[in-house]
Design a protein around this ligand. Structure first.
Ligand code: SF4
Ligand code: SF4
Length: 400
């Protein structure tokens, strides 16, 4: 099946009932402009494929999709507008229709050249200076996620004062002088950087206390290529993922411990699809914890990561939290979970912010103690609010 057939195979099933619009976070965040909602994306994709060469501006509709997959869980026809968006980004990137997004293009070039979306591969290893790891065929892969959040936050603080057309112009200019992307190392939120580095250290400490032996590749750790995949650069992703796999194979890696849901989903489900011989076991760090916890004197609420609960990946993190505290879930949880808006943070920060405000209010209604299990959720929900990462909440609850 070619790309167009794959898209039509999904869009043809849509009966236009609109149920998906009731759960799509990006619709309300964009003044109910229907092309920023799940049904609108399906209709727009169908129209664009039936009218090729129409030179429509398609990009923002599909690039702003969070890939949360909330829509498929309420669709009576089993349509996944998230997958339609993923495939349509691939269609746009192929040059078939619409304009490529200059920020996406810049990120793509930076990953290919520097193995990090912001050219920060070396900086991504700094959190681990001074930590002793075991020589092991099990390795922790951070995916550079905790480490990149302080930089995206600082960039967005400046970006909100600049017109979007100017931002895209700057991205195009940097793309033509790609070493300039490395200047981003000077723009970070120092407090957040310290906190994110501490979270990673806490994760390492809890794994060690649980008797897990593992290594870390330091500044050789590759960014796994998530943005190439998420932004539709499939040819580039295939080549990049193979490069990452070859490095892991050369190092004799048999098992990967992931610490964020996006990297986990990518390595566990997407890599084997593109590299059939992948064969490396992937496990989420919370599934390896073997610790005794005290009881928390109070209640908490949890922002579940979409890439776990809506993408059908299981993990023990929520069970662990249930054993520690009185958990009061938001009304939208599990298969009805609402995304924090984080995946829109780099390309559509305003939309990400509006979604996070709405989601935080839903969580806060249940408890003052909001716990996240994903660095992207933390970063997006904690802009102006008190939120704790799973690792920082749980480390204080370990029985000595
Ligand atoms: S819920 Fe499914 S069938 Fe209904 S409009 Fe959305 S994608 Fe189409
Ligand atoms: S995946 Fe999420 S953001 Fe994308 S269309 Fe579905 S509900 Fe909306």
């Amino acid at each position: 099946m070619n790309l167009i057939e794959k898209i039509e195979n999904i869009t043809d099933k849509c009966i236009s009932c609109g149920f998906c619009e009731s759960v799509c976070p990006t619709l309300g965040a964009n003044e109910y402009n229907s092309v920023f909602g799940a049904r609108g994306r399906v209709i727009l994709a169908d129209f664009a494929l039936k009218h090729p060469g129409n030179n429509m501006e398609l990009g923002d509709s599909f690039y702003s999709c969070l890939d949360c997959y909330a829509c498929v869980n309420v669709c009576p026809a089993g349509v996944n507008a998230g997958v339609v968006s993923e495939l349509m980004k691939e269609y746009i990137v192929s040059g078939a229709s619409g304009n490529k997004n200059p920020i996406a293009e810049l990120i793509k070039d930076s990953i290919i050249k520097y193995e990090n979306p912001l050219g920060l591969k070396k900086e991504a290893a700094e959190w681990a200076y001074g930590i002793e790891f075991n020589k092991s065929d099990t390795v922790i892969i951070t995916g550079h996620m905790y480490q990149m959040m302080p930089y995206t936050r600082a960039i967005n603080k400046v970006r909100k004062y600049i017109d979007e057309a100017v931002v895209r112009g700057i991205a195009s200019a940097i793309k033509n002088h790609i070493p300039l992307i490395k200047l981003s190392r000077h723009f970070y939120d120092a407090g957040l950087r310290e906190k994110m580095n501490r979270d990673l250290k806490n994760i390492v400490s809890m794994l060690k206390s649980s008797g897990v032996e593992f290594d870390y590749l330091g500044s050789d750790e590759p960014y796994p290529g998530m943005f190439l995949y998420d932004l539709g650069y499939m040819e580039e992703f295939k080549a990049y993922a193979l490069k990452v796999y070859n490095l892991l194979k050369e190092r004799g890696i048999k098992k990967i411990i992931t610490v964020d849901p996006h990297t986990h989903d990518l390595l566990m489900n997407v890599y084997p699809e593109y590299i059939p011989e992948f064969g490396i076991e992937v496990v989420y760090y919370t599934d390896l914890l073997n610790l005794k916890f005290k009881k928390f004197n109070g209640n908490i609420t949890i922002q579940e990561p979409c890439h776990m609960v809506l993408h059908n990946n299981n993990f023990r993190a929520v069970d662990i939290l249930n054993s520690i505290a009185d958990v009061r879930m938001a009304d939208r949880n599990g298969k009805l979970n609402m995304c924090c808006g984080g995946p829109d943070e780099l390309l559509f920060p305003e939309s990400a912010k509006k979604i996070s405000v709405q989601r935080y209010a839903e969580l806060k209604e249940k408890s003052d103690n909001v716990i996240t299990i994903c660095p992207l959720c933390y970063n997006n929900l904690a802009y102006d609010n008190k939120v704790e990462d799973f690792s920082e909440f749980v480390i204080d609850m370990i029985s000595k």
